[in-house]
Design a protein around this ligand. Structure first.
Ligand SMILES: Cc1cc2nc3c(=O)[nH]c(=O)nc-3n(C[C@H](O)[C@H](O)[C@H](O)COP(=O)(O)O)c2cc1C
Length: 172
């Protein structure tokens, strides 16, 4: 598991080979095994495989080439009727998205979390004709990878761990 977390990279180019529904369902189901506050599971999904609709979606982001090149996308929404605490609900959706990306990686596929498309959130909601209670959180584009994974870089732990508060040490 540690290797899979470390080796997952965003994949932005795909072959035209379609992804079957069973695989798409597995990706979504694993998303739904993410934790959520009070287990409220505030997520909803729209699967897009139609070329016509993928093209429409692609026009809503500066990353249009990624969606145009993908055999399928999943739009992930916050279900505001299930929401009890906006910040926590959005965190839960982030966990759901990461589960989906890790599942995509585990299955030998590739995918990317598209957030820039939120600049045109309302347009996407209209295109996908979702009820007004659903708020777009991200679109995941995925498929069989047609590019090598990037190297991936992360800040060293020393840059991100602010303090280690231990019994024998006072905070300075
Ligand atoms: C909230 C969020 C929004 C993102 N939006 C985009 C996006 O719009 N387009 C894109 O190509 N990648 C997007 N990414 C992917 C990041 O660029 C990528 O995760 C980051 O550069 C680290 O690379 P890695 O995923 O290969 O480790 C997004 C990631 C997150 C978590």
């Amino acid at each position: 598991m540690l290797q899979e977390i470390r080796n997952r990279r965003s994949i932005r180019a795909f072959t035209s080979e379609p992804i079957d529904d069973a695989t798409i369902n597995t990706i979504i189901e694993m998303g739904t095994w993410a934790p959520s506050g009070l287990n409220n599971q505030p997520w909803k999904f729209v699967v897009v495989k139609s070329r016509e609709y993928l093209e429409k979606l692609s026009q809503q982001t500066t990353y249009s080439h990624i969606i145009q090149g993908a055999p399928s996308c999943i739009a992930v929404f916050l279900d505001t009727t299930a929401s009890y605490h906006r910040e926590k609900d959005i965190q839960a959706i982030g966990a759901c998205l990461q589960n989906m990306l890790l599942t995509i990686h585990h299955l030998g596929l590739g995918g990317v979390w598209l957030g820039e498309i939120l600049n045109n959130r309302k347009n996407v909601e209209n295109i996908l004709n979702v009820p007004p209670t659903l708020e777009l959180m991200a679109v995941v584009a995925f498929g069989h990878p047609a590019e090598k994974k990037g190297r991936g870089t992360r800040k060293p732990l020393d840059d991100v761990v602010v303090a280690r508060v231990e019994d024998h040490q006072a905070l300075s």
